[in-house]
Design a protein around this ligand. Structure first.
Ligand code: ADE
Length: 252
């Protein structure tokens, strides 16, 4: 999968992309992140990428010409892949959207290509949104100084879903949110740490019992922390019976 990132600050991406799983994914050609500095498509003496807003008011607005020139010279006109503008006004990013971006139209994931435009300043010229972006995504109801961190978050969440990226092929299946529920608690050695033990079921070796315990913990945890998710989750008859049998105060 190829990510074409358009930004005024390509250097902020490098350290994160060169670490850990993202670096491994890139070395194995499972994910490639190409960074394009929007400033390289300015043709004035001072390489200006922003200007004052028409109508006055504070702040600066990202000019349309360098952004259009950058995206069209890399992706053609019209662009050959989805062009996502990172903005707090976009649709909210979540795990479902990460899956959609990782496997667009059920195409082979290695063929997939995604362009990400990182806005800066107070905003971008509206014509970028209207005539260049094909989608707008926000990573949450807060305002960052630019779309770079949002782009990194999206790249990270999408890359780990590409088959072969995680060591364990099922690594992403149990993730919090993958099934619509928060994930169950994890424990590793030692079996006792500072007097705190590990739930007996996990030490039992009984795989069916462990699977049931994990499901119930996921249900309990989601009910306690994110009842909004529980209301939308796909639940089996057995899940419903478990939840119905709980009293109001049951917690993890
Ligand atoms: N740019 C600034 N804030 C943002 C947000 N919350 N999501 C995506 N891009 C942004």
């Amino acid at each position: 999968m190829i990510f074409e990132v358009f930004t005024l600050f390509p250097e902020v991406f490098e350290p994160y992309l060169q670490a850990s799983i993202l670096q491994r994914a890139s070395q194995r050609n499972l994910a490639t992140v190409r960074l394009h500095n929007i400033r390289d498509w300015t043709y004035d003496k001072h390489h200006i990428t922003d200007d004052e807003p028409y109508g006055g008011g504070g702040g600066m607005v990202m000019k349309p010409e360098p952004v259009f020139a950058a995206v069209e010279s890399v992706l053609g006109s019209p662009p050959s892949c989805p062009v996502i503008l990172l903005t707090p006004q976009g649709r909210l990013f979540n795990q479902k959207l990460a899956y959609e971006l990782a496997a667009p139209d059920k195409r082979q994931v290695n063929e997939a290509r995604l362009a990400l435009i990182c806005g800066r300043y107070e905003g971008v010229d509206e014509r970028i949104r209207l005539h260049l972006a094909t989608d707008e995504i926000s990573i949450g109801d807060f305002v960052l100084t630019g779309g770079e961190l949002a782009a990194l978050i999206i790249i990270d969440a999408v890359v780990r879903l590409i088959p072969g990226v995680l060591g364990d092929p099922d690594g992403a299946i149990d993730d919090s949110h993958a099934s619509g529920l928060l994930e169950y608690p994890h424990y590793t050695r030692p079996a006792e740490f500072r007097g705190w033990g590990v739930p007996e079921t996990l030490l039992s070796g009984d795989h069916a019992r462990i699977a049931r315990w994990r499901r119930e913990q996921a249900l309990l945890r989601t009910r306690q922390r994110r009842p909004d998710l529980l209301a939308r989750a796909e639940l089996s008859e057995q899940d419903r019976r478990f939840l119905d049998g709980l009293d109001e105060e049951s917690t993890i």
